[in-house]
Write a protein that binds this ligand. Sequence first.
Ligand code: NAD
Length: 344
Amino acid sequence: SAQKPVLLITGGAGFIGSNFLRYMHETYQNYHLVNLDKLTYAGNTANLDLLEGAVNYTFIEGDIADEQLVQRIFAKYDIHGVIHFAAESHVDRSIQDSKQFVQTNVLGTLTLLQVAKQDWEEKGVLKERRFHQISTDEVYGSLSAEGKFSEDTPYDPRNPYSASKAGANLLVKSFGYTYGMNIVISSSSNNYGPRQHTEKLIPTIISKALKLEEIPIYGDGKNIRDWLYVEDHCRGLDAIFHHAPPFSTYNIGGGNEVQNLEIAKTVCSLLDEIKPELLHENSLTSFQELITHTKDRLGHDRRYAVDDTKLRQDLGWEPQEALSTGLRKTVRWYVEQWEGVTAP
Ligand code: NAD
């Protein structure tokens, strides 16, 4: 495997990164995948059980902002491309305390850029090797009822998380402008699917329901998000990493704009079907009875939606998973995990 091109995947023990590693491992045999992850509260190596012991996979526990470590990785492996997922990713945490968001999302990204640039420049491959920045539609701000974010929408982040991601993206772009580095940026809408941390909306709904606890929904629940099945995201990233022109940006959407309250109701209905005995034992007719409205999130963006025409037209990508089937798979996966833990 020493001859295989090496890809450095950061944050591969998290939700999207682990799904991406699994996807790449199953789709390509000709890469060596190096996963650099700090294993924060959000990282979980159990997400990568499929890859354990695989010859074409190496896990390195460490911080993307640790310049010496990143230099050692580039010295040891001839890194052919970086796909950069590692981030502090939870908006609510950034509202409580944003320093770590700047440290990881901004300074960590800068560290990766600097080390990659230096290594690739020394090897004379700066224009060939690709740095792919994983971004979010939240950098564009918030929408009212009309319109969608395009790749040209100016950044207008509204919370410390999205501000730190926008800052990182601007540094990535600057390395393209200033040094001619081969960068691409993709901004996706809300992902859902297996292996997402329970702090996020859909896993929270499922885990609260299974514990028969109140399901908290911010404010009136009418905030709209566009939901993208994580495997569809991974296929989009594959297409962009391999085929997008240098210095391009792409939006990746799910085409599923839904109010948060509707998502909660749909997930509860699926659980009603999958776990009817839990309802009956507890004299409930539906898990929807557990839904409770809580005080709204500070600066809660009303609506996100991305226009991903460019990705569809340039690279022929389109999402394959309908929201109904994707949610069903997701709910089933969490129920299986939960049953595995609670089984006598
Ligand atoms: P996650 O929180 O599930 O995973 C983040 C991973 O990064 C974890 O494994 C964590 O241990 C690791 N990490 C954190 N700080 C690190 C550091 N300093 N050094 C090395 N590793 C570190 O996040 P996610 O939901 O999988 O998101 C991955 C990326 O995708 C992020 O860049 C995020 O901004 C972006 N994104 C997420 C969504 C979404 O809906 N989840 C949507 C669009 C974009």
